[in-house]
Structure formats: structure tokens, C-alpha cells
Design a protein around this ligand. Structure first.
Ligand code: SAM
Length: 243
């Protein structure tokens, strides 16, 4: 087993924790420049957990793009891939927020989440990601079913005057963000949804826009996987009304 860790203090801890295993070799190096030729053979299995929501902020994709070249033809990678979905939301703050242990952003969902990308980590993946997606706003009946208007009376929404942004009678709703949910494919049979620790849902601001029930929002989402949240760009391309 060869373990490669970039951070020196993490490497020191790993070495200490693993010192009783004489079949594990730990390297303090950057996988992006590591000289794999010094390992005598290619890997049967690569385990790489540099995961984060939509793979934007950590280096899973660039690291795997390099490490994969040193995987045997019949080798495997764990985790195996990722599926990302997005939905239209209205949120309290107009900046990137994670729904994690320390922080619970206040937001309401205005439509179902739709899958906009799926990656198999066995494939070479372009770090520069760009997708156009269509996000559907709930129809009037769906809003009634989920008790949208009543829910806005909850204290957390009242505190931020959410109600001011929605007039269901007059068919006036507002969106100002999208919520990204990532699902990790551990293998062909196991999919792990978001947890506060692993890939918590991420809220990304978009231009504040008035919409109507049943509208379809065509939106472009771009980012660099491994390039950090600063690389995220969004653009509303078109709003299609139902009638
Ligand atoms: C998300 S953490 C892994 C956490 C681990 N799975 C656990 O549960 O404790 C990712 C690790 O990859 C290391 N790392 C990030 N980029 C790297 C690179 N280019 N080469 C080697 N290690 C890297 C980080 O220093 C960090 O220790």
C-alpha cells in the first residue's frame, strides 16, 4: 500500500499511526507532481477521498486525472463517481453558504432538484465544468401540497421577512439562488447522499429574479473542479412561462 499526503503534519500523523504496518509506505508529496515511476508497479486500487460538494473546492478531479494513469487496466477506484443535482431557491444571504454542522442557512426551495451532471471517476474528466440546466418552479398545486405559504410563518423565515418576496395570489415568486446536492457513488451499488460532514448541500447565489408558478428557468452553471468556489459562475439564460 502506498499512501501519498501533501500536508506535512498530516503526513507525520499518518506515518505515526501506521508505523506498525510494514506493508504501508507513506510519502509526503503532491500527487499532481509525484514521480509514480519510483513505485515498481501500477495500482490495483486507488482510494482518493478529496471530496466536497460538486468537487469544486478539493482536488479529487485533477488528482485522479493524474493518478489514474498509474492504475492497472483492470484496476478500480473508490469512490467511483459523483452525481450532482440543483434546484431553485430563495435564501437569506446572497453569498455561497453550506448547510453543514456549524451553519444552517435559511432558504426555501422553489422546485424539484434536477440532476445536471454525473461523473465516473474511471474516466478522464475535464476540470472546467459548464452545464446548462432547466430548473422548474413549483406549480400552484405543488406549492399548496408542500404548504409553502404556511411554512413562511415559521419564525426563522419571519425573521428575514421572507413573506415580502412571495405573493402566491398574484403569482409572484422570487428566486435568488440554487442549491447543489451531491451524491457520492461509492461503487455500483452504494450511493451516499450529503451529510453535514461529507459534501453538505451548497447554496449558490444567482441574480435575484421574479418568477411565476410553473416557470422553467434555463441557467448556466460553470466552475473549475479543484479550482475553488471563486471559480463558480452562474447566468440565467431564459425564463419560460407556462402559458
Ligand atoms: C478530505 S481529506 C481526507 C480525509 C480522510 N478521508 C479522513 O477521513 O480523515 C483530503 C486529504 O488530501 C490531501 N491532499 C490534497 N491535495 C493533495 C495532493 N495534491 N496530493 C496529496 N495529498 C493531497 C489533503 O492534505 C488532505 O489530507
Amino acid at each position: 500500500i502506498k499512501a501519498i499526503e501533501l500536508n506535512n503534519s498530516t503526513y507525520q500523523l499518518a506515518k505515526e499511526n501506521l508505523k506498525e504496518f510494514d506493508n504501508i509506505q507513506v510519502f509526503n508529496d503532491d500527487i499532481l507532481s509525484f514521480d509514480f515511476s519510483k513505485l515498481n508497479e501500477k495500482a490495483d486500487l486507488i482510494i482518493c477521498e478529496m471530496l466536497d460538494t460538486a468537487l469544486i473546492d478539493e482536488e479529487e478531479v485533477p488528482v485522479l486525472n493524474r493518478a489514474r494513469k498509474f492504475l492497472k487496466e483492470d484496476g478500480e477506484i473508490i469512490p467511483r463517481g459523483m452525481i450532482n443535482s440543483a434546484e431553485a431557491i430563495f435564501m437569506n444571504n446572497h453569498f455561497i453558504q453550506y448547510e453543514d454542522d456549524e451553519y444552517s442557512p435559511i432558504y426555501v426551495s422553489l422546485g424539484e432538484s434536477v440532476v445536471y451532471s454525473e461523473f465516473d471517476f474511471m474516466d478522464e474528466i475535464d476540470c472546467k465544468f459548464s452545464a446548462e440546466m432547466e430548473l422548474k418552479i413549483y406549480g400552484r398545486e405543488e406549492l399548496d401540497e408542500i404548504g409553502f405559504e404556511e411554512n413562511l410563518n415559521e419564525e426563522r423565515y419571519e425573521k428575514f421577512n421572507f413573506k415580502e418576496n412571495f405573493n402566491i395570489e398574484e403569482d409572484k415568486l422570487k428566486i435568488n439562488g440554487i442549491k447543489i446536492t451531491s451524491f457520492t457513488k461509492m461503487n455500483d451499488n452504494i450511493i451516499c447522499g450529503p451529510t453535514p460532514m461529507l459534501n453538505p448541500a451548497m447554496l449558490i447565489p444567482i441574480e435575484e429574479t421574479e418568477v411565476k408558478c410553473g416557470d422553467a428557468i434555463r441557467l448556466r452553471l460553470e466552475y473549475v473542479m479543484g479550482g475553488g468556489v471563486e471559480s463558480i459562475r452562474t447566468e440565467i439564460l431564459e425564463i419560460n412561462h407556462m402559458d
